[in-house]
Design a protein around this ligand. Structure first.
Ligand SMILES: C[S@@+](CC[C@H](N)C(=O)[O-])C[C@H]1O[C@@H](n2cnc3c(N)ncnc32)[C@H](O)[C@@H]1O
Length: 326
């Protein structure tokens, strides 16, 4: 097992009232964890979303005001950079600066992480893959290649190609069994001595009120029931990385993120993104059976409750580990 030098770093102080927090527990895992389904929702025109469930493409109306997926992903990236002050936690600074390292970003979306990181490390080569062509097609740095690729299938790379693999916020896209499959594939294409890093959010809103708690629990339960997808993916990612017998030197780091404008621009962006995310899941959870108008009203009311509480946090994690053999 890859646990030789396990270390946990808690970087920011916990909020004072951490012990009053209310956690929503997932009571039990669904029996059938073996279906390879994937759920993504991305706007393909001004008011339409594409949702994938497995290989099935569904179209639905997106009534969210901020419906530009690339804009949203750019915004999320820069809020994360503001939070962490770096684009990665693995010890790869020297490698990226001085060697011709090969880097893979999985589920790269609009390519913001790659575009931002590749400019800082011009000697290294960056590859971004995503099932949707949200990334720039022509105008990009010369050390960047983007490809359209479904990570639920075997990756189009040989074994031991990449020095560093980065994957962020895939929690709403991978089923329980897909997580196992994807990590195995990533470890296959990672070089011995290379690092894999995963960044995920808890989606546990500490100090949330009754409206937010009820909505969050319902949406989470519905995604598990319908698709075998658990968006509270941080513990799953941690467990799968730690359980992979080709990985060692497991590390983790976490940051608390304020939700709401009391937390400055970061809190404002994070809450807006949470609202966008829950609204965009409307089709996937069939508006929880209450109809679109009522669903939207429930989301607005939960988001207002969070904003007014001025003490709600979520937690973002980075996990990283090294492939054995060097
Ligand atoms: C929440 S976004 C995260 C984007 C980016 N990693 C970031 O941190 O901003 C999830 C991305 O995963 C992509 N995705 C979902 N399922 C996928 C699959 N099976 N294969 C490849 N990409 C996938 C989506 O198209 C979307 O761009």
């Amino acid at each position: 097992m890859g646990r030789a030098h396990s270390k946990s770093t808690q970087v920011q102080a916990m909020p004072r009232d951490r012990y009053n927090q209310k956690f929503t527990q997932i009571q039990a895992l669904p029996r059938d964890c073996y279906k390879q389904k994937c759920l993504i929702s991305s706007p393909c025109s001004s008011n339409t979303t594409i949702t994938y469930v497995g290989d099935t493409k569904m179209y639905g109306k997106n009534e969210v005001q901020r419906n530009d997926e690339c804009d949203r992903l750019h915004m999320v990236h820069f809020s994360m950079r503001d939070l962490w002050k770096t684009n990665f936690s693995s010890p790869i600074e020297d490698l990226l600066t001085n060697k011709r390292a090969k880097v893979l970003d999985v589920g790269c979306g609009g390519g913001t992480w790659i575009l931002d990181t590749s400019l800082k490390y011009p000697k290294s080569e960056f590859f971004g893959i995503d099932i949707l062509p949200l990334f720039p097609q022509c105008i990009k740095p010369s050390n960047v290649t983007f490809s359209q690729c479904n990570i639920l299938k075997r990756l189009p790379y040989d074994d031991n190609v990449f020095d560093y693999i980065h994957m962020r916020f895939m929690g709403s896209s991978l089923t329980f069994s897909a997580w196992e499959f994807v990590i195995k594939e990533l470890v296959r294409v990672l070089k011995s001595g290379g690092y894999i890093e995963i960044c995920e959010v808890d989606h546990i809103w500490m100090n949330e009120g009754p409206r937010a708690g009820k909505l969050r629990a319902k949406v989470i339960r519905e995604l598990i029931r319908r698709y075998n997808i658990c968006i509270m993916a941080s513990s799953l990612a941690r467990r799968i990385l730690r359980g992979n017998d080709q990985l060692t030197d497991f590390h983790q780091e976490k940051r608390m993120v304020p939700m709401g404008s009391w937390g400055g621009k970061l809190g404002e962006v994070f809450l807006e993104n949470a609202k966008w995310g829950v609204k965009n899941l409307k089709n996937a959870v069939d508006s929880l059976g209450v109809g679109d108008v009522r669903y939207d009203a429930m989301v607005d009311s939960a988001i207002n409750e969070i904003e007014f509480k001025k003490n709600v946090f979520d937690t973002v994690h980075r996990f990283w580990a090294k492939k054995i053999g060097k």
